[in-house]
Every structure is written in structure tokens, then in C-alpha cells.
Design a binder for this molecule. Structure first.
Ligand code: FES
Length: 141
């Protein structure tokens, strides 16, 4: 499977309301294999003048998923995947710097999914993640 089939970059502009006001966060289309959402580790990479840098987070979407998934890179082998669904009343979350913001009633969540600001009182859904050399696998249920 080549990268072009695996990954569709949305581009540098806005990728819809979920990303907030042109947050600059990279958005990619994942591959859904049953209940597993796959994303290439290369989705986090940028190379310029031979130097590779890494995005802190990438938003992953798929036509069959109602909500986007925010994937946070903590190291080459450690990623966190958060469902971008507010735990208060289910609105789609937006990226706001180093937190996820709910435009419905103002809740905010950290990049570990914990509530930083209500009215939400419970963390957002975090999915188990496994990583091999080239693929991040997010177990959706
Ligand atoms: S639905 Fe998110 S704060 Fe109410």
C-alpha cells in the first residue's frame, strides 16, 4: 500500500469546523479496518532541507466515523488517541492550542482527555493505541 492511497492530507487551510479557526493542525484520512483506525507514522513528519520535524498532533477522520480522532505524538512509540466528542452533550470538539475546546458550552479538555474546564465533568474517550515502525493502530472499541 503506498502512502498516497493511505493518507490524504487536507492541506494547510481549514479542514472544517472541528479544527477551529484555522488552527494549522494537520488533518489526515485514516484507514478503517473493522474497528481499527490506521494512520501512518509519517503523517506526523515534515522534512525540510533534510531535517525531519514532527507534529505534536494530527486529526484523523474517516467518512464512516461521526467524530474525528485527535492523535497526540508523545514519542516515536507513544501516541494518545482521543475521540473529539464532548463528554457533556456530545458536540464536536475543536483544537485550541494545547487543549480541545467545545464550542457548545465552553468545556475544555487536556491532551490526556481530562476535563480542564466544565460544564463537562468526565474525561473524553481515549482509545488504546499500538504502534509499529510505520503504522499507528487505534482500537475504536
Ligand atoms: S456539549 Fe460540550 S460543553 Fe456542552
Amino acid at each position: 500500500m503506498n502512502r498516497q492511497h493511505f493518507l490524504t492530507l487536507i492541506g494547510a487551510g481549514c479542514a472544517g469546523l472541528v479544527l477551529g479557526a484555522c488552527s494549522g493542525v494537520r488533518a489526515v484520512t485514516g484507514i478503517l479496518a473493522g474497528k481499527v483506525l490506521e494512520v501512518p507514522t509519517s503523517a506526523f513528519e515534515s522534512t525540510s532541507s533534510g531535517v525531519t520535524t514532527y507534529e505534536q498532533m494530527v486529526i484523523v477522520h474517516h467518512d464512516e466515523l461521526r467524530y474525528y480522532v485527535c492523535v497526540i505524538r508523545r514519542s516515536a512509540t507513544d501516541y494518545t488517541a482521543l475521540l473529539m466528542r464532548c463528554s457533556h452533550q456530545g458536540a464536536s470538539l475543536q483544537v485550541a492550542g494545547d487543549r480541545l475546546h467545545c464550542p457548545a458550552h465552553g468545556s475544555e479538555f487536556g491532551l490526556d482527555g481530562a476535563v480542564l474546564h466544565g460544564p463537562a465533568t468526565t474525561a473524553i474517550t481515549q482509545f488504546p493505541v499500538s504502534v509499529d515502525r510505520s503504522t499507528i493502530r487505534i482500537q475504536l472499541s
